[in-house]
Design a protein around this ligand. Structure first.
Ligand SMILES: Cc1cc2nc3c(=O)[nH]c(=O)nc-3n(C[C@H](O)[C@H](O)[C@H](O)COP(=O)(O)OP(=O)(O)OC[C@H]3O[C@@H](n4cnc5c(N)ncnc54)[C@H](O)[C@@H]3O)c2cc1C
Length: 389
């Protein structure tokens, strides 16, 4: 099905097997605020690397997997079958970075990230700037010694508690590019970087999303990514990739839920017959699989387009469509799965309950559903719908 090559099927099977190894740890993680013992997490990360599931998106010449976009989707889809973010050990370091990084940055950040020795986090969103990234107030100012002084308060900095460097996006204060954006690499910890607070979120995962203040943080000019004024371009490229991977993980989540709720509905006898034989329940099962099939076809086709060199604007719109449809589909499937499981579906030990909470953010981060719709509609009027789908 889906015209996958032998190589595609092999990496998909490896990822599926690894996801099946992680699933038994979900309940323990759920009961411990998402945390597993550090040696267990380290073993999972090691296994992901051994299986070639880590850095699938990074160039082979730098030690990455060098996988096609479709293969990256196949791997992330399987990781999406696991709750509590346990599949995040199959990490995807910033694939946009090698093309713009200096040789020094490749050595200090890219290679170690690919080897699993360093981990990044993104400090872009602010209290007054989420959907509208251009509204950021953080600043970067050159001091007399050729360093930059960074200031700003960033929100929702995912994985700050495990990361050892951050991408910090700021508006340039002074100089020829005054007012434009720039992106910086900030080593963690660094003087002047502090956690303001760590709010609790709906999901139960070990990766925190603190509010982080950057106060007169001094970074060398060597930590500027690309050139002054380039900042927004990097964010857009990353959004394209991440939106496709969000879509892929939503496929996996929905697939797991479809499997689990189908098995439950076939086995659960109420009123003398399996609940799957009641039309109202059968309808929930059938709608879920039908929508999953549609989403998978959309996501795989979008990935194939990228692999075949599709126009970047077309891919941008298609990645938005993939994320929009898959995240909304997975949300509907999770809601139905809770319903099919009945009271059991409301228990935190049940996969449907966990996904019901966890999947909600897929419609918010990496651009909300409303923003995806705006992007798609804008491309429709610029390029005609026929070029996009
Ligand atoms: C768990 C989590 C982790 C995150 N991790 C990170 C991270 O690691 N790094 C990082 O930088 N950010 C991160 N974010 C931030 C995330 O990307 C933003 O929350 C998201 O982009 C939305 O921005 P906002 O929350 O400011 O909402 P707002 O932009 O304030 O939007 C509020 C509402 O208005 C709607 N809206 C806004 N603009 C429009 C428009 N033009 N048209 C129609 N509707 C509109 C939105 O769709 C939404 O419904 C994370 C968020 C969460 C919840």
């Amino acid at each position: 099905m889906y015209g996958l090559s032998e190589e595609d099927l092999q990496i998909q099977a490896r990822a599926r097997g690894f996801a099946d190894e992680l699933i038994p740890f979900e309940d323990e993680a759920e009961r411990a605020d998402g945390e597993l013992p550090p040696d267990v997490t380290a073993a999972h990360a090691k296994r992901a690397r051994e299986l070639g599931l880590h850095s699938t998106n990074m160039p082979a010449e730098l030690g990455g997997g060098g996988c096609t976009s479709l293969q990256q989707v196949l791997v992330q889809e399987q990781m999406g079958r696991v709750t509590n973010a346990l599949g995040w050990v199959a990490a995807t370091p910033p694939s946009w970075l090698p093309a713009v990084a200096t040789p020094d940055q490749i050595d200090r950040y890219v290679r170690p990230a690919i080897a699993g020795e360093r981990e990044e986090c993104y400090a872009i969103t602010e209290e007054g700037a989420g959907s509208d990234v251009d509204a950021i107030a953080a600043t970067a100012r050159r001091d007399g010694d050729g360093n930059y002084l960074l200031n700003g308060v960033k929100w929702h900095v995912t994985s700050y508690n495990s990361a050892d460097f951050a991408f910090f996006q700021a508006r340039l204060d002074g100089g020829p590019h005054h007012g434009e954006h720039a992106m910086f690499l900030v080593d963690l910890p660094s003087p002047g970087v502090r956690v303001v607070r760590t709010p609790a979120y709906s999901h139960t995962i070990s990766h925190h999303h603190p509010i982080v203040a950057f106060e007169d943080v001094r970074v060398p000019a060597a930590n500027l990514v690309g050139a002054e004024g380039d900042g927004m371009a990097f964010a857009y490229e990353w959004f394209r990739f991440e939106r496709l991977m969000v879509a892929a993980r939503c496929l996996g989540a929905a697939g797991r839920l479809v499997d689990e709720m189908t098995a439950f509905a076939a086995a659960r006898v109420v009123g003398g017959q399996p609940i799957s034989e009641y039309g109202l329940v059968a309808g929930m099962l059938a709608d879920s699989l039908t929508e999953l099939f549609a989403a998978r076809a959309l996501v795989y086709e979008t990935a194939r387009g990228i692999d075949h060199g599709a126009d970047v604007k077309v891919s941008h719109a298609q990645c938005s469509m993939a994320k929009l449809y898959s995240s909304e589909m997975a949300g509907r499937v999770a809601d139905r799965a809770v319903q099919v499981f009945g009271g059991r579906g409301y228990m935190r030990e049940n996969v449907a309950e966990r996904f019901f909470r966890e999947l909600r953010v897929e419609r918010i981060w990496e651009g909300t559903s409303e923003i995806q719709r705006m992007i798609i509609a804008r491309q429709m009027t610029k390029r005609t719908p026929a070029r996009l789908a």
